[in-house]
Design a protein around this ligand. Structure first.
Ligand code: G6P
Ligand code: MG
Length: 216
């Protein structure tokens, strides 16, 4: 029997990718770089600073800014992103998420968040689901980002279960790779992408039952 769940946030619990996209697109435009939705896919699961580095490299401007300037650019992007989240509420939970969390709680199955987002606690609070999670891994404490398994291993430890007893949920390829490298069972959630290496892929969490998943 599996004993706990580890969730990515963006694209699994709520769809913030569109807001990240608007904020990055606007910042990139100010720097004379045009990004599109295909490029935005490659930013999913990637930390704020790594995303900025990728955008600068894409625009051949990777050597144009000092560390301090890059920090200011990342902060500017985040300020716009946070403004775009002002109206986020329970209605923005992805389909099936609330029901799944309630089912897990009824069975006393611990849940943790493994997201690269430093905004995760604020977002979960706005969505009204903060209390369902025993722990949110602080991305500041990580040495490596996804696809490294570190964040998933830390998430399992934080809810006191072994990685082999955990099920991880992800919408991004880098995340699925991290979950598998941590030795967990991986559930991919995506309607459009084929998530290679996932043990199970569904279009949304409405397709999942906690009881059935625990026996995989
Ligand atoms: C998630 C998103 C990424 C984002 C990262 C950092 O992994 O999928 O697109 O860049 O979090 O988010 P933050 O809220 O800290 O800028
Ligand atoms: Mg994601």
């Amino acid at each position: 029997m599996k004993k706990g769940f580890v969730f990515d946030l963006d694209g699994v619990i709520t769809d913030t990718a569109k807001f990240h996209y608007i904020a990055w697109k606007n910042l990139a435009a100010e720097l004379g770089i045009t990004i599109n939705e295909t490029f935005n896919e490659t930013l999913k699961g990637i930390s704020r600073m790594d995303s900025l580095e990728k955008i600068l490299a894409y625009g051949h401007k990777e050597n144009d800014f000092t560390t301090e300037e890059k920090e200011a650019l990342a902060q500017k992007k985040n300020e716009e992103y946070v403004k775009l989240l002002a109206d986020l509420s329970e209605k923005d939970l992805l389909p099936g998420v609330h029901n799944f969390l309630v089912q897990a709680k009824e069975r006393s199955i611990p849940c943790a968040i493994a997201s690269a987002s430093k905004n995760a606690p604020m977002i979960l609070e706005k969505l009204g689901v903060l209390d369902f999670f025993g722990h949110i891994v602080d991305p500041e404490t990580l040495k490596k980002g996804k696809p490294d398994p570190e964040i998933f291993v830390k998430a399992a430890e934080s809810i006191k279960i072994e990685s082999k007893d955990a099920i991880g949920f992800e919408d991004a390829q880098a995340g699925i790779e991290g979950i598998k490298a941590a030795g967990m069972y991986a559930v991919g959630i995506s309607e459009t992408e084929n998530l290679a290496g996932a043990d199970l892929q569904v279009a949304s969490m409405t397709e999942l039952s906690v009881e059935k998943l625990l026996t995989v």
